[in-house]
Design a protein. Structure first.
Length: 485
């Protein structure tokens, strides 16, 4: 099965999408996709070409994505919170020539032809031909850009097989034709796209679109539309727990959290108020993204679930030796959902997927006697804030461009609302002065706002390891000590 064929599982007369009052049946969804498909083909889009999507959640986002992949082309969904600089890099790296967007973007020079995503399908175009018979599930479907530890983001190339396989693995949610899912997470996010959008369509169910997350509007939508399935990140659970009443969620049968570890406090408060458990999952874009999921009705607090059908899991120590049950080790996964590789980056691909096909996640976990997995640490320095990944090295490279900065280190610190936020520690050059507010403004111009550190602190000298590397562990220890933690 190819990704765009997933919608064939829905009954023609059933509602597929509800978007700002519009009720779109599965039949009408297919018609919308066809209009966008024909228009893209008329523009010259062919197999293997990349089409950018820079848009908030909408029916038109879905039309564009499926239309692109139905032509054998490759979708490139872009985080709409990124700065112009970051967006331009992705467009140029992926070789995108056409970008569908909800608002025009301004670049220093023309690097892409832009189209209004809302009206793109209004123009009637001749029917595009069907895909050639030799186009198969192993062909690329989408490039998901993930922030890189060495500065520039890398594009994880996922095939049709990867996404369909992972969608099928979501059967543990027990979603069915009568379910109503709410799409709160952004559609450019692999977690939201696979677990909410693709899974809902694959089961022939009904998808309710939130264009932009607002806590009260989400609660109102769940209550008024009788939503049954909610898949969100921990920070959103925290917000809606404080805002919603038990009767607001009375129609919901399944609550799922992903993106980062779910704090026990959030679970306890939720269960105390609503009397319901929260299922957890774990994954990464390179795995389409799900690696572990919890079966509906088998929730175990603190665990991100069990391994999925058709995948193999190893937990290994620093020498690549499998650890015993209950001991911690890096999570390795092999299976149909593992990406093809990084776009035009064979070195990074080889560093992430070994010669035996094992994807090295960089995350440390353990498994109990019942087969439940627990993520306990991260090898990488990645910060997860409101479900968004922030890589310190990328932020640091921008900081270094600010006049007067000698050295910089960004570390993740706990935050009650966001889970984590970045804290910037910097050393200035001899005789220089750095204004914190100006540094923050500089970063806001060059980074997505969620990547900008929330704290800034000048320190006299960077602590270093014996090999001369900046010791972020010592910085964090000093930071926590100063706060009495």
């Amino acid at each position: 099965m190819l990704v765009h064929e997933i919608i064939n599982n829905g009954h023609e007369e059933d509602i597929a999408v509800v978007d700002e009052g519009r009720q779109i049946t599965y039949s009408e969804l297919k018609q919308g996709i066809k209009k966008y498909r024909n228009r893209l083909y008329e523009l010259g889009i062919r197999q293997g070409d990349r089409v950018g999507i820079f848009s908030r959640n909408s029916a038109e986002f879905i039309y564009t994505y499926f239309a692109t992949t139905s032509l054998g082309a490759i979708s490139v969904p872009i985080n709409f919170q990124l700065s112009t600089r970051e967006t331009a890099y992705i467009l140029q790296d992926a070789g995108v020539e056409h970008l569908l967007t909800y608002e025009p973007l301004t670049f220093k020079e023309k690097i892409v032809t832009q189209h209004d995503i809302a009206t793109f399908g209004d123009k009637i175009s001749p029917d595009a031909p069907e895909l050639p018979a030799d186009f198969g599930e192993n062909n690329p479907c989408v490039i998901i850009y993930t922030s890189g530890t060495t500065g520039n983001p890398k594009g994880a190339v996922l095939s049709h097989k990867n996404l369909v396989h992972n969608t099928r693995q979501c059967k543990v949610f027990k979603c069915h034709r009568d379910c109503k899912s709410i799409c709160v997470l952004p559609m450019y996010h692999c977690f939201g796209w696979t677990c909410t959008v693709l899974n809902t369509f694959y089961r022939g169910a009904e998808l309710h679109v939130m264009r932009l997350f607002k806590p009260k509007e989400m609660v109102d939508m769940v209550r008024e539309q009788k939503i049954t399935d909610i898949i969100i990140v921990p920070s959103i659970f925290k917000l809606v727990t404080a805002l919603a009443k038990p009767e607001d969620f009375k129609t919901v049968r399944f609550f799922m959290s992903g993106g980062t570890t779910l704090p026990d406090k959030v679970v306890d408060e939720f269960k105390s108020k609503f009397g319901r458990p929260i299922a957890e999952g774990y994954g990464l874009s390179e795995a389409s993204p799900c690696v572990f999921l919890t079966t509906h009705g088998e929730e175990r607090q603190g665990s991100c679930g069990k391994k999925l059908d058709g995948e193999e899991i190893r937990l290994v120590d620093e020498n690549g030796i499998d650890v015993a049950q209950g001991e911690v080790g890096e999570v390795l996964v092999r299976g149909g959902q593992v990406m093809l590789g990084y776009w035009k980056n064979p070195q990074a691909t080889a560093e992430t997927i070994d010669k035996n096909g094992w994807l090295h996640t960089g995350d440390v976990g353990k498994v109990d006697a019942d087969g439940y997995y627990y993520i306990v640490n991260r090898i990488k320095e990645m910060i997860i804030s409101m479900g968004e990944n922030i890589y310190p090295r990328e932020v640091e490279e921008v900081i270094y461009k600010f006049d007067g900065i000698k050295d910089a280190a960004v570390i993740g610190v706990d935050d009650k609302l966001r889970g984590q936020v970045g804290a910037c520690f910097y050393e200035v050059q001899d005789g220089a002065k750095v204004d914190k507010s100006e540094l923050k403004k500089f970063l806001q111009k060059n980074l997505a706002l969620y990547k900008v550190p929330r704290e800034f602190k000048q320190i006299p000298e960077m602590p270093r390891t014996s090999t001369g590397k900046i010791s972020k562990r010592k910085i964090l220890e000093d930071y926590l000590a100063a706060k009495g933690l």
